[in-house]
Design a protein around this ligand. Structure first.
Ligand code: HEM
Length: 135
């Protein structure tokens, strides 16, 4: 891609390019079209796809990519992100999924027991008192 084609994209637009036929990454305020690089990526295509739709800066840096890797990025650089629109990946989706799967039943049973156990103990105490008085 020629230098004159560099653009400024909104973060929202970058995050819509997220499949194996159209894959953009947002790293350090820059936009990379890695569609043609997916199968050549030493870390595999899936991990690149998993870093789309979010700000991939920390994903990229956590791996500790070599200077060779960083130099390769120039080949895929297509523009910059409008910095006002960047959303850091604080809303990572994994924890949300845990909530979805959470079964509400144990909580309900514990709540019921908290109410019933003292009642049972009281009933027992009253019963024992009555029994010991009458005997
Ligand atoms: C334009 C962006 C990227 C380029 C050019 C790139 C390039 C490379 C290269 C050349 C390597 C080989 C090791 C090295 O030289 O450091 C590598 C490995 C790897 N990359 Fe990327 N990468 C990019 C983005 C990403 C992203 C966003 C992730 C997300 C986590 C990622 C995850 C990995 C992983 C897991 C490895 C394998 C490390 C290993 O098995 O030793 N890469 N990448």
């Amino acid at each position: 891609m020629g230098n004159d084609e560099k653009k400024v994209y909104t973060y929202a637009e970058v995050s819509t390019h997220k499949d194996d036929k159209d894959c953009w990454l947002a790293i350090d305020g820059k936009v990379y079209d890695v569609t043609k690089f997916l199968l050549d990526h030493p870390g595999g295509p899936e991990i690149l796809l998993a870093s789309t739709g979010i700000d991939a800066t920390s994903d990229f840096e956590d791996i500790g990519h070599s200077s060779t890797a960083k130099a390769m990025m120039d080949d895929y650089y297509i523009g910059d992100i409008d910095s006002a629109t960047i959303v850091k990946n604080f809303n990572y989706t994994e924890p949300k999924q845990l909530h979805y799967n959470q079964d509400k039943t144990p909580e309900f049973i514990i709540g019921l027991l908290k109410f019933l156990v003292p009642l049972a103990i009281m009933a027992l105490a009253v019963g024992v008192r009555k029994y010991s008085k009458s005997s």
